[in-house]
Design a protein around this ligand. Structure first.
Ligand code: GLC
Length: 559
């Protein structure tokens, strides 16, 4: 079936609040190559299936599902200041402390809550940690939504939307209309008793990079809000529709691209410093994919929406094909690359990007488990970044960019490489660290990003919520439970640091802020989601039901 004829009729207004399944992967124009994806059921999974009546991770048809009859459905719990356990048992004392901390970070504009400040650490120079960051607010927003407090999320979405319409300039150069801010701040004038907003679109940021991820997170959050509240009226407003269109116009425009992935500068996302992720970083590609899928359910089928929906659908097909084919690495694929021929010309080339086998780093041969795999950090001409990145791989699972088998394989790898990726504090932002000469060349001698610190192989507690969501999605919440237990040993005692240093994350980060809000919120979201897995729906997108893959466990998988 041609991509143009994909049925988009599901995208009507009435279904926009809960329709996730309007992207049919079975309609991919071509089949990517076979992957050898053998795996074994982990102990966790077995014990979970046997022990818990609440989970039935894999149905006969291979689709994971959560038994909706036996799980608590979300709903408003706004009367709670500090939510209690749904199942009667007392939550960990850290849980109450975390809620108190999160509430203290709330930022008000003209009397209304509009976001949460990045860190409440008064001991150090503030830099921009006194601002509301768009990406940092996402776990806070999810925590509030899960607790039945959508107001702050709605206000945040509307405020940032207003900021988007500001004129954005760096020196004499004007930025694209759709760019969303990295962060904003409320300025109080005590003399005039007024409040104004100040935003940063990259013109103040260290390195002067625009946050490519902000717009994607904004769309993803708009869907989470819609899904959680059932209120599609916000997303349907002309302002929100226009905001989405402007964001998408930035990344769907035609140019010189030969790939459906998005070409990015270094530092344009969570890793907001030079770390050698320029090109086609997995974090942005996965967020791009997820934002496109969310936009597909949120955009109205009016004259302007229709044309965009068609472009989104085509891009999603191309993007999923490209990512699943070229970014995926498992033992078989690694072996193939190891034996690649180079300098192949024409359509018959196997080594399409002309990756030179000598560029394979030694660590990857040991890191790759027999069962498992992951999406590479970056793929471009003669360039494969073999580093494992947490955020991109978790978002690939949540957005269903990863096939069910690939999702399982990512989890298998996390289990096999637990010491390296979780160790003493979940989760490594990327693995491994860049050292010595590579560090000099790739980071530009960045003293903040020395090996096993900060963005260079540091451990970030905020990533716990993404890991937890991904674990629940693949039906293996036991893995998340283990990670949360590891975090609970130290996170509160250490004062909720922004990140940890060292190979296994044993040291509080050299320049880490304490009372970092997304470390607090990430923990809360992880806990609440584990307790009530139906929350997952607001941040996860299922594969199209029509796809119904015939999954053969422990055998090779064909797309
Ligand atoms: C750091 C992080 C960035 C985050 C910001 C505020 O710059 O790299 O991802 O948004 O701090 O917490």
């Amino acid at each position: 079936m041609s991509t143009a004829s994909v049925d988009l009729t599901q995208n009507d207004n009435t279904k926009s609040a809960d329709c996730d399944n309007d992207f049919d992967f079975s309609k991919l124009p071509d089949k990517p190559r076979n992957l050898n994806m053998e795996r074994q059921r982990s102990f966790d999974e077995r014990s979970l299936v046997e022990a818990s009546p609440r989970y039935s991770p894999w149905a006969e048809n291979g689709q994971r599902h959560i038994d909706n009859d036996s799980v608590f459905s979300p709903g408003r719990r706004s009367s709670f200041t500090t939510p209690r356990s749904l199942y009667g048992f007392e939550p960990h004392p850290m849980f109450a402390e975390a809620w108190d901390s999160l509430r203290k970070t709330m930022v008000y504009f003209r009397g209304r809550p509009v976001g949460t400040i990045a860190a409440l650490d008064n001991s150090d120079e503030k830099l921009n940690y006194d601002q509301v960051f768009v990406r940092d607010f996402v776990p806070s927003a999810l925590a509030f939504l899960m607790n039945g407090e959508p107001e702050i999320v709605k206000n945040f979405l509307l405020k940032t939307l207003r900021l988007q319409s500001w004129e954005k300039k760096i020196d004499r150069f004007q930025l694209g209309e759709g760019v969303m801010p990295a962060s904003f701040k409320v300025l109080h004038d005590p003399v005039r008793n007024t409040e104004t907003l100040m935003a940063d679109f990259g013109e103040s940021a260290i390195g002067r990079v625009a946050p490519v991820d902000s717009g994607f997170w904004w769309i993803i959050l708009l869907r989470a809000y819609t899904k959680s509240t059932g209120d599609s009226s916000l997303a349907e407003t002309p302002d929100c529709q226009k905001g989405m269109r402007l964001i998408l116009a930035l990344c769907l425009s035609e140019g010189f691209d030969t790939f459906p992935t998005l070409l990015c500068a270094d530092g344009c996302s969570m890793i907001d410093r030079r770390m050698g992720v320029y090109g086609y970083p997995i974090e942005i590609q996965a967020l791009f994919f997820m934002a496109l899928r969310c936009a597909l359910v949120l955009l109205k089928q009016d004259a302007q929406g229709k044309e965009l929906i068609d472009r989104i659908t085509k891009r999603l097909h191309a993007l999923s094909y490209h990512m699943r084919s070229y970014f995926w690495l498992d033992l078989k694929q690694l072996n193939d690359i190891y034996r690649y021929k180079t300098e192949e010309y024409s359509h018959t080339a196997v080594n399409k990007f002309n990756v030179i086998p000598d560029s394979l780093p030694e660590w990857v041969f040991d890191f790759m488990p027999t069962f498992g795999g992951y999406f590479l950090g970056n793929v471009g001409p003669s360039n494969m970044d073999f580093r494992w990145f947490c955020l991109g791989n978790c978002i690939a699972i949540l957005s269903s960019l990863a096939t069910p088998e690939q999702s399982m394989a990512i989890m298998d790898l996390i289990e096999s490489r637990w010491e390296e990726l979780v160790g003493d504090m979940p989760v490594k932002v990327c693995y491994p660290a860049i050292e010595s000469h590579d560090w000099r060349i790739i980071t530009g001698c960045d003293p903040k990003n020395t090996r096993w610190s900060y963005h260079n192989g540091g451990s970030w507690p905020v990533l716990l919520w993404l890991l937890t969501a991904a674990c629940i999605k693949v039906g293996r919440p036991q893995i998340a439970r283990r990670a949360i237990e590891v975090a609970e040993l130290r996170l509160a005692k250490d004062g909720w640091p922004e990140y940890y240093d060292g190979k296994s994350g044993r040291y509080v980060g050299k320049q880490a802020r304490k009372h970092q809000t997304w470390s607090v919120a990430g923990y809360l979201v992880a806990k609440m989601m584990l307790e009530d897995p139906s929350h997952l729906g607001m941040i996860s997108l299922e594969e199209d039901r029509q796809m119904k893959p015939i999954l053969k466990r422990s055998s090779s998988w064909t797309f």
